[in-house]
Design a protein around this ligand. Structure first.
Ligand SMILES: Nc1nc2c(ncn2[C@@H]2O[C@H](COP(=O)(O)OP(=O)(O)OP(=O)(O)O)[C@@H](O)[C@H]2O)c(=O)[nH]1
Ligand SMILES: [Mg+2]
Ligand SMILES: [Zn+2]
Length: 312
């Protein structure tokens, strides 16, 4: 019988079966994605085939169906091991805040380019707006300018006061939504704000570092009464890119993609070439310096995979 993975811990995988039963499963044998080593061969959102033996409570996953998409990152910088955050998602919400913990644009751009690679629509959600002072509001406005300018939808909310949570709920209706972001930005708190009976565990922010404490340790999918599914994930510190070819980076910046066909050279890298439409747009202030800078940083990143699996 088939089911969908709703939770993965180190050794157990919870599958919601077609008949709505939740079955804890083990996995049979070795699974690799495109020959790569992954910390988790099965991710939340995966469709799987489960073998059940009468008299035994645990099931056995013996097949993972092909994924429509997934969000993947390097498990550590420079490592060759990958972590699939979730699979088969309709949209990704990147949770950030201009309060604490701070999210840098470099991190956001790395997340967004990965979502672009799999055509997963991404939205930026600013949480904790109830905590904003003047400086934070300024920082918020700057980030909002950068990302609305790049074409991303942006929404401000507060899990604490409930501000605009109804809008968030409407945006998730009937869809599978992934929540991602740094530890402590309030991913689990937002889930509880949407539906208190889901009881997602939330943690405190340490006073000293203003960072989260990695309260959520495993990805988990919840069903919302208002329709749709939401995936809570552990906070991530760095977003290591994978599945990238250098030549593809510009295509993953929507505002670059829209004009790069106007560049003089078809193989333009938008770094130094004459007649570059992207550079011209940046110089005219139509592309935000932060986005251009992060493009260059990703382009010059030494972490590109030598082999792109799609060519194998
Ligand atoms: N004032 C305020 N506090 C919030 C808000 N959202 C979350 N918090 C607080 O921020 C802390 C961290 O929230 P969590 O929901 O645990 O954060 P998380 O993103 O799930 O973190 P990890 O599970 O570690 O990745 C908790 O103390 C929450 O109460 C908000 O909108 N306003
Ligand atoms: Mg959490
Ligand atoms: Zn160019």
């Amino acid at each position: 019988m088939e089911g969908i993975v709703i939770k993965t811990t180190g050794s157990w995988i919870t599958v919601r079966m077609q008949d709505n039963r939740k079955v804890d499963c083990k996995i049979k044998g070795q699974f690799k994605i495109h020959g790569k080593k992954s910390t988790n061969p099965v991710a939340v959102g995966d469709h799987v085939e489960v073998l059940e033996t009468p008299g035994q409570e645990a099931g056995l996953i013996n097949k993972i169906m092909e994924r429509h998409n997934y969000i993947i990152r390097k498990s550590k910088k420079l490592s060759k091991i990958y972590h699939v955050i979730a699979a088969n998602i309709d949209q990704a919400f990147l949770i950030v805040t201009a309060a604490f913990p701070r999210t840098h644009a470099g991190f956001m751009d790395r997340f967004l380019t990965t979502a672009e690679a799999y055509h997963i629509p991404a939205t930026i959600i600013f949480n904790k707006t109830d905590l904003y002072d003047e400086a934070m509001q300024e920082r918020h406005n700057e980030l909002e300018t950068i990302y609305t300018g790049a074409g991303y939808p942006v929404l401000s909310v507060s899990a604490f006061t409930g501000f605009q949570i109804e809008i968030l709920r409407c945006m998730m209706a009937g869809k599978i939504t992934l929540l991602s972001g740094h530890s402590g930005v309030g991913k689990s708190a937002l889930i509880n704000a949407l539906q208190p009976d889901l009881n997602a565990r939330t943690g405190i922010i340490s006073d000293y570092h203003n960072k989260g404490k990695h309260t959520t340790t495993f990805a988990e999918m919840f069903e919302l009464n208002s329709g749709g599914f939401i995936i809570d994930t552990p906070g991530i510190r760095e977003f290591g890119l994978t599945d990238f070819r250098k030549e593809e980076v510009a295509e993953r910046f929507p505002e670059f993609r829209a004009i790069m066909h106007q560049c003089q050279f078809s193989n333009c890298t938008h770094t130094h070439e004459p007649g570059c439409a992207v550079k011209a747009a940046f110089e005219e202030g139509k592309i935000h310096p932060s986005r251009y800078r992060n493009y260059i940083s990703i382009f010059n990143d030494e972490e590109f995979d030598e082999i792109d699996y799609r060519e194998q």
